[in-house]
Design a protein around this ligand. Structure first.
Ligand code: PLP
Length: 406
């Protein structure tokens, strides 16, 4: 067996199951989960229609292997979306590549980029808390993750300045998540400029995970990594690849569709890797993806649904918890009341027992570094269900937070 597998950590939801083991939730209340970040708004019919139409229209469509590089129509639709959303002109053939959702792509990209044999070892830098795939990708590529805490005092900006030069010197890949999961923080242009300067100095590649980019609460849409690069005159997107997805934008996590775009010198070896790995997208999924990327009306409607929901739910929780409307995404990242002395796991367990509401303890989404877990004392609440259900959950959480003692 691959010995590196033994370094993988249990997934947050496995840890949640263990935390709740032996506890019976209050049977008088129906269960509500704010645990998993799985979109629950309706999938737009234009996507399901395209899916079924292409499945029936393809005479021998399923009798041929799709190309790993994707159909030209899909790459064009992705490039056109980049143009409309960010004002960018990318070459659809050399700078864009479809992927089967960003999860697999974020993982596979580390296997493409990291050279574990390099003298001094390989490092992969990522935020803390973070999406756990970055860590597994780094470990299975033979690299050591270096976790960089997000700072609650600065709107959860990741404290990149704390990374020593000696670590940057070994870094081969940096994961950026903007808008962030779980914090919802969007990285501003000056931070991008600092990271690009570090990338130029130390030669590492930046993987920019942007799958929450279309769910936002300010007037201005979140700045994208490629957009930041272009604004700073880096029109070749040197050492930068962005990862985006239809899962959250179009409420299709089951479709498994996204794409990467950026530096052609990264896209080309990634395509090579994927050809061997088997990363081609089904033609049926490609047809549905073209329909989804080409339509913005459903995305605006989806965003309005989240805005209305967050406008109702956030004030209920703000009254009793350290929480506020994030820049973007569909999570609330809340501090537990002081009485719990930072024990987010105990808070989540007691909340489940007494009010039958599932939230994710923040410590499960982060790693302890020098004795500090930057997720400790916080909980993540995914507001993915409909407004009425999220509101009921928030009212229960608020009651619990106001009354319950550890
Ligand atoms: C930060 C982040 N990146 C990537 C993903 C993967 O999404 P998908 O594979 O559906 O594109 C998720 C899913 O929850 C996520 O939270």
């Amino acid at each position: 067996m691959n010995l590196l597998l033994s370094q993988l950590q249990p997934y947050p939801f496995e840890r949640l199951k263990a935390l709740f083991a032996g506890v019976t939730p209050n049977p008088a209340l129906r269960p509500i989960s704010l645990g998993i970040g799985e979109p629950k708004h309706a999938t737009p019919s234009l996507v399901t229609d395209a899916l079924t139409a292409s499945a029936t229209a393809l005479p021998s469509g399923l009798a041929v292997y799709p190309a790993t590089s994707g159909e030209p129509a899909l790459r064009r639709a992705c490039a056109d979306w980049l143009q409309r959303r960010y004002g960018l002109s990318l070459d659809a053939t050399t700078q864009v590549l479809p992927v089967n959702g960003t999860r697999e792509a974020l993982f596979a990209f580390a296997q493409t980029v990291v050279d574990p044999t390099r003298t001094g070892g390989a490092r992969v830098v990522c935020p803390n808390p973070f999406y756990q795939i970055y860590e597994g990708a780094a470990l299975l590529a033979g690299a050591q993750p270096h976790y960089v805490a997000s700072d609650p005092a600065r709107n959860f900006a990741v404290a990149w300045d704390t990374v020593p030069d000696a670590v940057w010197a070994q870094t081969q890949l940096l994961y950026v998540c903007s808008p962030g999961n779980p914090t919802g923080a969007v990285m501003p242009l000056d931070e991008w400029a600092r990271l690009f300067a570090l990338s130029d100095r130390f030669g590492f590649v930046i993987a920019s995970d942007e799958c929450y980019s279309e769910i936002y609460f300010r007037d201005e849409p979140p700045l994208g990594g490629l957009e930041a690069a272009a604004r700073l005159g880096r029109t070749d997107f040197k050492n930068l690849l962005m990862f985006t997805s239809l899962s959250k934008r179009s409420n299709v996590p089951g479709l498994r569709s996204g794409f990467v775009a950026g530096d052609a010198r990264l896209v080309q070896p990634f395509l090579l890797y994927r050809t061997y790995h088997g990363g081609a997208m089904s033609p049926v999924v490609q047809a549905a993806s073209v329909a989804a990327w080409n339509d913005e009306a459903h995305v605006r409607d989806n965003r309005e649904q989240y805005r209305a929901k967050f406008a109702q739910v956030t004030p209920v929780l703000e009254a009793v918890l350290d929480v506020r409307l994030p820049d973007a995404g569909f999570y609330l990242w809340a501090g537990v009341p002081p009485a719990w002395q930072g024990d987010d796991a105990a808070f989540a367990r007691a909340l489940w027992a007494q009010y039958n509401v599932t939230v994710l303890p923040g410590r499960f989404l982060a790693r302890e570094v020098h004795g500090v877990n930057p997720g400790a004392g916080r909980i993540r609440m995914a507001l993915v269900a409909d407004t009425a259900e999220c509101l009921e959950a928030a009212q229960r959480v608020a009651r619990f937070a106001a009354e319950a003692q550890p």
